[in-house]
Design a protein around this ligand. Structure first.
Ligand SMILES: [Zn+2]
Length: 545
């Protein structure tokens, strides 16, 4: 066994001498494949709640892997695009620029992956109107650095969501997602044509084959904690709050609803896992001269969690079944790459809040902040000084955006926003209200709330006012049901960080960590420098001679 440090030094020297790619005698023993698994919306406490019911892949990861118990996002806006960009790059939103899933662009909100200069490439007829890419990402990903070091490195990422697949990959690779028509797709940012290996899998495995399936609990009902029908559950159309859940919906459910029901079920994760295993085999990932990269983001838990809440039988069963899906994927990696020839990091993009109505029914604090109401309150406060008009134009999660004219006036008169801050602070469920101006200098603030807002702050992209919800208050539209995430509270920030594979010492690790540590830690195993990373490499998890 060669030490990580020696590998790092030799890799760096060889790189400087221009001798890479091509494995040296020492590098033969370094990992051939880096694997990043993201479980969308997986809270850290799910490990403790579900591990007794795991028998396969997730059990292997938490028993044979290095589990970081104190892994928290340190920033405010714990949402999917920000989390995947953090995991993909080893930096925080203030550095990588992806503060939200969508942000205000002056005249409209656009998603983090919208790119008017690229076209959608579908693995089926037609195409989505909008192309997606990592254009808004301000720093390279681990996968980008891998390809820059060795152009023959293969990068493969896949997810149900474009933002998840794209932010794990960066600017290149075989990057696959479901488009807004629920057809597998990529874009001209990655390829001018459908990739044959992906096309072959999609053609051989039509998703509609699952239409006759019925999702029921894998284990006997008594193996699940709590009740199947929880307070505030908001199942998608076609389902009731209780099992079983037919993927075609109850009789009379429109055919088009199948896609939503499929996504909100463990069948979607199983499909993605088998697509990943198929691509490992077809593309011979980890079997070439250069180090390859595989990123898989499992989305079903997020859809299930939003609808049914973290305490539901549905969330528990999604994790019981994900254990099997990950087990099958690990078996494929063992078979085709080799048991000790890959290193894997697992994390989540964010956690999730308890369902507010369930908290209230139990006599506890909790509720919903409505973005439209925040917008109105802020605007009314500005109307008093600026006169009638729409001075506040948008609320995206915790970010409040002023009109261009109001921004200009606020820049000239720092007192202008004082009554707005006061009015927002009086809204029940609002904890604190901050102004964005100057947050870029507060990333080291001793005030943890200011620091969290600063790490989510991207000048030119953030709103002008930041609303910090109180604990157990969600932020969303007036029509929102179920639950969500996106705050600095522990249920949103505390997520798993697990390393597994070649040279990893099993155990529970108590040192503080963030998901930005995942990429630098994987990079260290192959001596790949990550300059400018906000995260650190946890080399203590690797065996030394
Ligand atoms: Zn979500």
């Amino acid at each position: 066994m060669i030490s990580v440090r020696r590998l790092a030094v030799s890799g760096l020297l060889l790189g400087l001498l221009g001798l890479l790619p091509g494995p040296s005698a020492q590098e033969v023993d370094s990992p051939r494949l880096l694997v990043v698994l993201v479980v969308d919306q997986m809270r850290f406490d799910y490990i403790e709640q579900t591990r007794a019911r795991w028998t396969r892949g997730l059990k292997r990861l938490v028993t044979k892997g290095a589990v970081f118990e104190r892994n928290y996002y340190p920033y405010l806006q714990t949402v999917t695009c920000a989390g995947h960009a953090t995991i993909g790059t080893g930096t925080f939103p203030a550095t990588h620029g992806i503060l939200l899933n969508a942000w205000w662009r002056g005249t409209r909100s656009a998603s983090c992956t919208d790119d008017g200069d690229v076209w959608s490439i579908a693995y089926g007829p037609g195409a989505e109107a909008v192309g997606h890419s990592a254009r808004e990402l301000q720093v390279p990903t681990l996968a980008d650095r891998l390809r820059a070091r060795s152009p023959s490195s293969q990068v493969v990422t896949l997810s149900l969501k474009p933002r998840s697949a794209i932010m794990l990959a960066g600017k290149g690779g075989i990057v696959t997602w479901l488009d807004d028509r629920n057809v597998w797709a990529t874009s001209t940012a990655y390829s001018e044509t459908p990739h044959p290996a992906v096309q072959a899998f999609v053609d051989a495995h039509p998703r509609s084959a699952a239409r006759s399936e019925v999702w029921d609990r894998l284990l006997p009902p008594e193996a699940y904690t709590g009740r199947d029908i929880g307070i505030g559950e908001a199942p998608p159309r076609g389902w009731t709050p209780s099992f079983p859940h037919p993927l075609a919906g109850a009789p009379g459910t429109p055919d088009a609803q199948f896609d939503t029901l499929w996504e909100t079920s463990p069948y979607a994760d199983a499909y993605l896992g088998s697509m990943a295993a198929s691509l490992v085999q077809a593309l011979k990932l980890g079997q070439g001269k250069a180090v390859d990269y595989l990123g898989v983001s499992f989305s079903a838990l997020d859809y299930v969690g939003h609808a049914f809440g973290p305490a539901s039988h549905e969330v528990q069963d999604t994790l019981v079944r994900l254990d099997r899906t990950v087990g099958d994927l690990l078996n494929a990696l063992d078979t085709h790459v080799g048991r000790d020839r890959y290193v894997l990091g697992l994390s989540a993009d964010h956690g999730v809040a308890p369902v507010p109505e369930a908290r209230q029914a139990a006599g506890r604090s909790g509720g919903r902040l409505v973005t439209q109401q925040l917008l109105q309150v802020a605007n009314e406060a500005l109307v008093k000084t600026l006169g009638p008009g729409q001075h506040v134009v948008r609320a995206e999660y915790t970010q409040i955006y002023l009109s261009a004219a109001a921004q200009l006036k606020a820049a000239q008169d720092p007192e202008l926003l004082r009554p707005v801050v006061a009015a927002l602070a009086r809204v029940p469920g609002v904890g604190r209200v901050l102004l964005s101006a100057g947050l870029e200098t507060q990333r080291q603030s001793k005030d943890s709330v200011v620091r969290a807002a600063a790490l989510s702050h991207v000048p030119g992209r953030s709103g002008q006012i930041v609303v910090i919800p109180r604990e157990y208050f969600t932020v969303g539209a007036a029509t929102a049901r179920g639950t969500t995430h996106g705050t600095l509270h522990a249920y949103d920030q505390h997520v798993p960080l697990v390393f597994f594979g070649q040279g990893v010492k099993a155990g529970r690790y108590r040192q503080r960590a963030t998901p930005a540590d995942l990429a630098p830690t994987l990079a260290a195993t192959i001596g790949l420098p990550m300059p400018g990373a906000d995260g650190v490499a946890h080399t203590t998890v690797f065996r030394r001679p």
